[in-house]
Design a protein around this ligand. Structure first.
Ligand code: XUL
Ligand code: CO
Length: 435
């Protein structure tokens, strides 16, 4: 029996670009084959339980605006109702995946034993719903940033009891993810950082975080969890300085603690922007190291400088992101999680559905543009041409040479390089043909 929450909203269908129906897909056609693979299998969309069902619509100046039937989220009855409605939405949208933090799916009980019991209970309930619906778990994670116990960090907390509570919490969440057949497990360190160096022993905190992540990997192997462990970079917010600043910082950290073959990155569009990068930069950095895992797709408000977590709606940006994802071979265990929330005034069930339709359509459009650029090969050709000087044996031998010999050669041959155009505008115009 449907709850009635989505009353009047039918299953969303692909109607093509000419459709004017606001509750239809115009680009996302799950079965359409793009570069030899179904669109659904490329994009692997996931709904974020926290933004779509747990967030109540508050902001720093005002309280909840959404007033869902499952709010306030303080008991198991309402946790189950929230799960029922989540699965109704997955069905309406044809969403293949979802993601959660422990606190999104169970009520906060204030102590570990009760939190563990309710997490087990609700994940059993969700597991049963999954067998009927076919929607799968892209990833689970632990929220170790909202409750006041985490205010000075989780694994980086100066208090060893908090480190221990964090270890127990992550164990419970990996167990739950494993039980539900999750394809990844994510760690985002919102409070793993600091406000002021005056009270922070950074080296100790980083060593603790490195050891903690090693324990996570050891545990994953111990229980036979086959999913990928992912860390999610973000430069700040909530901490002033977050240790997992960006992809490059995370990669350096993972190498230092011997985790480069065990852990990959979950990259978020809005976090890239906060770090002063484009999303495709972060994707290319991770791909260059073989550490691209999954993406959190959203966008920030470019004027505010905050992590506004809005649904994506910029096709050219999304197209470049998928171009570099496709170039890296596409997703394996990863996918496209909408770590995005509707605005506080968007209080209707239809707003929530429309937000996902829009995000899925923009991503589908971006994917098609990216695939067309790959098929055309124009960017790849321009790159090979630009670096073609390195194709000769003489150029290659430079890399095995030394400063003395190279210097002698420069003098002997009277080398005087002739600059040539980087052709940026021509390439930008090229991309615009596809988006
Ligand atoms: C916070 C953020 C998180 C992570 C999961 O900015 O992106 O929701 O994705 O903890
Ligand atoms: Co995220």
């Amino acid at each position: 029996m449907p709850s009635g929450f989505f009353e009047g909203i039918e299953k969303i269908r692909f109607e093509g670009v000419d459709s004017t129906n606001p509750l239809a897909f115009r680009h996302y056609n799950p079965d359409e084959v793009v570069l030899g693979k179904r669109m659904e299998d490329h994009l692997r969309f996931a709904v974020a339980w926290w933004h779509s069902f747990a967030w109540e619509g508050g902001d720093p100046f005002g309280g909840p605006t959404f007033e869902r039937p499952w709010h306030p989220q303080d008991d198991m009855g309402r946790a189950r109702m929230k799960a029922d409605i989540a699965f109704e939405m997955f069905e309406i949208l044809g969403q293949p995946y979802f993601c959660w933090h422990d606190v999104d799916i169970r009520p906060e009980q204030g102590n570990f034993a009760d939190n563990l019991r309710t997490l087990e209970e609700i994940t059993d309930y969700i597991g049963k719903k999954m067998t009927v619906s076919g929607t799968r778990l892209l990833w689970g994670t632990a929220n170790m940033f909202s409750h006041r116990r985490w205010m000075a960090g989780a694994s980086t907390n100066p208090d060893p009891d908090v480190f221990a509570y964090a270890a127990a919490t992550v164990k419970s969440c990996i167990d739950a993810t494993h039980k539900l057949g999750g394809e990844n497990y994510v760690l985002w360190g919102g409070r793993e950082g600091y406000e002021t160096l005056l009270n922070t022993d950074m080296k100790t905190e980083l060593d603790h975080m490195g050891r903690f992540l090693n324990m996570v990997v050891e545990y994953k192997h111990k229980i036979g969890f086959k999913g990928t462990i992912l860390v999610e970079p973000k430069p700040q917010e909530p901490s002033k300085h977050q240790y997992d600043y960006d992809a490059a910082t995370c990669i350096g950290f993972l190498r230092k603690y011997g985790l480069e073959n065990e852990v990959r990155l979950n990259l978020e569009q809005g976090h890239a922007i906060l770090a002063g990068h484009s999303f495709e930069h972060e994707i290319a950095v991770a791909a260059a190291e073989g550490m691209l895992g999954s993406v959190d797709m959203n966008r920030n408000d470019y004027q505010s400088g905050w992590d506004t977590d809005q649904f994506p709606n910029n096709t050219p940006e999304v197209a470049l992101a998928y171009y570099y994802i496709l170039k890296a071979g596409g997703f394996t265990t990863g996918g496209t999680n909408f770590d995005a929330k509707i605005r506080r005034q968007s209080i209707d069930a239809a707003d929530l559905v429309a937000a996902h339709i829009g995000g899925m359509d923009v991503c589908a459009r971006g994917l098609k543009a990216a695939a067309a650029m790959i098929e055309d090969g124009g960017l790849e050709r321009a790159l090979s041409e630009r670096y073609s000087g390195w194709d000769t044996p003489q150029a290659k031998s430079l890399l095995d040479s030394n400063l003395d010999d190279i210097s002698a050669r420069v003098l002997r041959e009277g080398l005087n390089p002739v600059p040539c155009s980087g052709r940026q505008e021509i390439l930008e115009n090229y991309v615009n043909r596809f988006v």
